[in-house]
Design a protein around this ligand. Sequence first.
Ligand code: PLP
Length: 483
Amino acid sequence: MTSIGSMRGEAAVSQRTTKSVYEAIVRGIQTGRWLPGGKLPSVREMGELMQVNRLTALKAYRQLAEEGLVEAKYKSGYYVHKHDSKAGVSPQEEQWDYPARSLYVNRSRLSDIHRQQVDFQMSEALIDPNLLPNAYLSNYVKQVFDLYPRVLSTYSTVLGDAELREELAGFFMAQHGISVRPDELLITTGSQQAIDLVSRALAKPGDKALIERPTYSPAIDAFQQQGITLLPVAITPEGYDLDEVERLMKAERPRLFYMNPTFQNPTGYTVPAEQRKRLVELAERYQCLLVEDDVYHDIYFGSPPPPPLFFYDTEGYVLYIRSFSKYVAPGLRISVLAARPALMDAIAPVKALSDNGTPLLNQKIFQHYFFSKRLQEHVAKLRTALELRKAVMENQLSHTGWEWASPDGGLNLWVRLPDDIPVEELLRRALSQSIAFVPGSICDPLGGMNDRIRLSYSYLNETNLAEGIRRLIAIAEEIRAEH
Ligand SMILES: Cc1ncc(COP(=O)(O)O)c(C=O)c1O
């Protein structure tokens, strides 16, 4: 006779889908049950483990292999994809393989690529210095010293210069209708520091966090460095699958969701307004903080993007990070983090430990420069210049069969390559010919996406951009011909 318990068990078995097996394997990899480079259970064993038939287990493995998360080895089975964490590490560094260092997998790879002096720089999401009005900025430096002769002999407060925060509060009200008090604003040394502060102040080792897949790769490192388990949420041109987000929030109880919902790095996708409102509701319901990283908000090509999620937040679940570093003056490293008092009380002491406040001189130069009419006019011209560069890149790529969704803002194209062009091989040869781009796997919290690349169109002028892409395509064709 079949007991009720086992009947329930059988019902559960038959309902298990490829998707849930896929997710269970991903979780197993994330939580270290199966380690990078290690062998996974055979298809039969996995079927038994997951209580599904072999075909379902096989389909899950195939999907994981397609995405580059696992590798299929002929006659041997399936293995967890191995991160190439030592790429670019010198022999001395290899001897000193501190555990802390080895966590910076993406950052070390990325800086390794950036470190190379190349003629065709398409790996850094940075704006061409020729597009920034540097001479004009230098007038402001002089003006600031005249206005505040003691600026270099004074510390900033931990939260940042009071006048600047006052003006930024006014800016958020004027631009977005967001009401935020100056004491709810913290000036940070770039958004990178804001992400780091949040990861240290608001989560503890063992906590879970949702993160977009793909994402801004140094954020992966920042959270992993704190021992936080990352649960990926796919981002598409339509935004997120909100049912999936809700399922994860309910089942996994993540502490936070780090997101870059406007002209996302690396994809350029923007999460639509309807989803933003609903995400804030979900955050409240499941008590999951939303860390909204908004670096590219002002770099749009048509109409402005939807308001930030922070706009919809009435209960204090959104932390809003707005960087001006990309288009005002990257060297000043000025960003602002907005958070309601309960969260700010936790973050400000960590900022104090980190640097006691962002340099006052930078804040004052930024304040006078950013709110000038001249800079605001300049941003409008910058948008046009960047849109033109995007068009040049897209035009060059248009006959390749490479795929991307044309972004309405930001600095990057997220491109899918045909299967017969291995990205690592393309990168190796491109670097040797003075061309740089970012391989997609760096942006994937699961280390897959091996068929994607990120190409930045913001750094090179139009002539060099066209030439760089032309040469990159030629290398890809060469690889294809050889295979
Ligand atoms: C999504 C995202 N967040 C943060 C940063 C870091 O910005 P910042 O220069 O303000 O530190 C970048 C820079 O590329 C980025 O793309």
